[in-house]
Ligand binder design. Structure first.
Ligand SMILES: *Cc1c(COP(=O)(O)O)cnc(C)c1O
Length: 379
């Protein structure tokens, strides 16, 4: 198949163009007011975000990684404390545990690529203090199981919900199941800003107060220094832009779910592929499709074919899960995650894609498997 279209994995300029006027008006307004650090836009965005996910507090921070690190510190993580985290995640999840002074202990993932409860049980030791489920690809894990384990063993939960704003399990939002959850506004995230940004969501008043102090140099509401803190604030201009996008967020999610349905419709019958569950196919889960992560038996050949067709795909984390980075020294065999790294890949998933783009991608995948059958038949 010759390339008649060019479909980048992610199209930043297109996403800017779509909102250019409103964003430039917002930026001009913020700059004209000289409102850079911790101004009304941050305060208002925090209120709107908290209302969106139905929690008492949202605290803007510099990025999603600090959104994980600060709650771990606030919960008093100590050297030697172990926190269970899936190996199939961005290095930032484990780095937050490490920099908070704890030890990340990697667990396996299940068929839906999320934290596997049976594996969590297997890795609990007397030193385990907490669990960090990672709500990957815009899907929330079965938090009944994880919550039960946490209660049974007296463990805290800090959710890496960086990829899952708006995703739900049994009607409850990702990031709201434990002590705190982190959201990332990295530009390619479902709610992306124009640089780095993040937020912590929590229902715990005391934790929220500590987090507000930690993110702003340890300064308390009285201006006195209450503790060692950080400079980890959400830029006011980014908060102003995020307010513009949050108003439209439900529309973005609806579009992502429509794209996922189209992929399912077109590719659901391909026996070499494992697709994520279709939207609304599982009543307990509301997925927002930060990513469309599939498995393919002939992954590398499929990716090469798509690339030649002008369709760019990605393999998360460069094709390795965290226990496969020897320099991190986090090795324990995790059979499902290891098998998955041979098969997983991301198809394009973002709001700049048209239905025609999705059909083009699916035509190309169909051609790949059709020509594979011809080769097999003539051999
Ligand atoms: C994006 C992401 C983070 C970190 O977010 P930053 O805002 O880039 O610091 C952490 N965990 C996961 C799973 C992510 O996808």
């Amino acid at each position: 198949m010759t390339a008649t279209r060019s479909i980048p994995f992610f199209d930043y300029p297109a996403l800017f163009a779509e909102l250019e006027n409103e964003i430039m008006t917002t930026v001009r307004d913020v700059f004209a007011r000289g409102a850079y650090i911790m101004q009304s836009d941050v305060v208002n965005f925090e209120k709107e975000l908290a209302a969106y996910v139905g929690v008492k507090h949202a605290i803007g921070v510099a990025d999603g990684t600090m959104g994980l690190l600060l709650p771990l510190l606030a919960l008093g993580l100590k050297p030697g404390d172990e926190v269970l985290v899936p190996s199939h995640t961005f290095v930032a999840s484990a780095a937050a545990i490490h920099h908070a002074g704890g030890t990340p202990v990697l667990v396996d993932c299940g068929a839906d690529h999320l934290i596997d409860a049976a594996s969590v049980r297997k890795f609990i030791t007397p030193r385990t203090r907490g669990i960090m489920p990672v709500q990957l690809n815009g899907r929330t894990a079965n938090m009944d199981e994880i919550g039960a384990i946490a209660r049974e063993h007296g463990l805290f939960i800090v959710e890496d919900s960086c990829q899952a704003l708006g995703s739900k399990f049994k009607g409850r939002f990702a990031g709201t199941f434990g002590a705190a959850g982190s959201i990332s506004f990295y530009p390619s995230k479902t709610l992306g800003c124009f640089g780095d940004g993040g937020a912590i969501i929590t229902n715990d008043d005391a934790l929220a107060e500590t987090l507000r102090i930690l993110r702003d140099h340890g300064r308390g509401p009285d201006g006195d220094i209450w503790m060692w803190g950080f400079n980890s604030r959400l830029d006011n201009v980014q908060a102003a832009i995020l307010r513009v996008k949050l108003k439209r967020y439900d529309g973005y999610i609806a579009r992502r779910r429509a794209i996922a349905s189209l992929y399912q419709q077109r590719l659901g019958h391909q026996r070499d592929l494992l697709l994520p569950p279709a939207p609304d196919s599982q009543p307990d889960h509301y997925d927002i499709f930060q990513n469309y992560e599939i498995e393919a038996g002939r992954r590398d050949a499929l990716r090469a074919h798509l690339d030649a067709s002008g369709v760019k795909t990605i393999v998360q984390w460069g094709g390795k899960v965290l226990h496969q980075f020897p320099k991190l020294g986090l090795g324990a065999p995790l059979p499902h995650a290891e098998r998955m790294t041979q098969r997983f890949m991301l198809l394009p998933m973002n709001t700049a894609l048209s239905d025609d783009d999705i059909h083009y991608i699916c035509d190309s995948i169909e051609n790949f498997y059709a020509s594979g059958r011809k080769v097999a038949a003539s051999a």
